[in-house]
Design a protein around this ligand. Structure first.
Ligand SMILES: [Zn+2]
Length: 283
C-alpha cells in the first residue's frame, strides 16, 4: 500500500471501515463467527443475528481487530506504521496514544501473524538449508552446554523461497529431524553443516550434503549462506526491541519470519487481512 492509496483509505472513517469489513467476509458475504452460517438478519442496532445459532454480533466480533478501542482509521495507521517497522515508542508519538495502548495493539498484530504462521502450508522442497541458532543471553557459547540461558531456534530455508523458524526445546536429532520431516518433502536436497543431529537425514528420504564451515566458500553449491543471512538479518532487527523476554520471543520470531517471507508482497494488505481473521477458540 503506497501513501496515495493509504491516504484515500483513511480520508474518512467510512472508507477505512469498508476496507476492513470487506476482509471479514467469505466470498463477499457476512457469516456467523460462531457457526459460519450465512443466514443472518439485521437488527435495528446495525448488528446481525444468526438465524441458526441466534448469536448476535457486529462486523468485528470475535476477530483480532476487535481488541482494544481503536477506530478503523487508527487501526489502519497502526498497520501502516507496523509495515514501516517503527518502534512502539515512535508509533505512540506519531499517533498521540499511550505507549502501552500501542504496545497492546502491536502485540495483537503479532499474535495474528503467529497464529497464521501455524496454518499448515504446503511442504517445502527442492534445495533446502537447515541450521540452528541461539538467540538472547549474554554469554557467547557453542551448542549444548555453552548455550545456557539462550533460546535455540531451528531454521528451515527453501532456496529462493520461504523460511520457517521455530523455537525448539533442544537441538537433538529427534527434535530437528522430526520438524524437518513435517516440513520438507522427501527427495529434497538438504544442506547442513557437520552437526551430528543431522546425520540421520539420509535415512529419512533426503539427499544430504554437509558443508565444512572452514571450507564453506570452496565447496560450490554446498553452503548454508541463505540461513546465515537470515540469522544476522533477524538479530539486527531484534536489537531495536531492547531485549525481548523469553515468553514473548516466539511472537517476535514469527514476525521476522513473516517479514522475510513477504519481503516482495504488500505487507499492509496482508496484516489487515490477518487482523480481520477470527481469533481461534474465541467463538
Ligand atoms: Zn451462528
Amino acid at each position: 500500500m503506497d501513501l496515495n492509496g493509504y491516504h484515500k483509505l483513511i480520508s474518512n472513517e467510512n472508507s477505512a471501515r469498508k476496507y476492513l469489513t470487506k476482509k471479514c467476509r467469505k466470498n463477499g458475504r457476512r457469516f456467523c463467527p460462531r457457526c459460519q452460517s450465512q443466514k443472518l438478519y439485521k437488527l435495528s442496532s446495525g448488528r446481525r443475528r444468526c438465524s441458526k445459532c441466534k448469536y448476535t454480533f457486529h462486523d468485528f466480533s470475535g476477530r483480532w481487530i476487535n481488541h482494544g478501542r481503536f477506530s478503523c482509521i487508527q487501526w489502519l495507521s497502526l498497520i501502516k506504521l507496523f509495515e514501516l517497522e517503527l518502534s512502539v515508542r515512535k508509533m505512540a508519538e506519531q499517533m498521540g496514544l499511550a505507549y502501552n495502548t500501542v504496545y497492546q495493539a502491536i502485540r495483537t498484530i503479532r499474535c495474528a501473524i503467529l497464529v497464521h504462521a501455524d496454518d499448515a502450508v504446503e511442504l517445502m522442497g527442492g534445495e533446502i538449508e537447515l541450521d540452528e541458532c541461539y538467540f538472547g543471553g549474554r554469554r557467547k557459547g557453542n551448542r549444548g552446554r555453552g548455550a545456557a540461558g539462550k533460546v535455540p531456534v531451528f531454521g528451515i530455508l527453501e532456496r529462493n523461497g520461504k523460511v520457517q523458524v521455530s523455537v525448539v526445546p533442544n537441538v537433538t536429532a529427534h527434535t530437528l529431524i522430526g520438524l524437518t520431516v513435517k516440513t520438507v518433502r522427501r527427495g529434497s536436497i538438504i544442506y547442513t553443516d557437520k552437526f551430528r543431529s543431522y546425520d540421520s537425514l539420509m535415512f529419512c528420504g533426503y539427499r544430504h550434503l554437509k558443508i565444512d564451515h572452514g571450507k564453506r566458500f570452496s565447496s560450490g553449491k554446498v553452503y548454508i549462506n541463505g540461513l546465515e543471512g537470515f540469522w544476522s538479518w533477524a538479530k539486527e532487527r531484534l536489537i531495536k526491541h531492547h531485549g525481548v523476554s523469553k515468553e514473548n520471543f516466539p511472537l517476535y520470531l514469527k514476525e521476522l519470519e513473516f517479514r522475510y517471507n513477504h519481503r516482495n508482497t504488500d505487507v499492509f494488505d496482508l496484516v489487515a487481512k490477518y487482523l480481520c481473521d477470527l481469533v481461534p477458540g474465541l467463538n
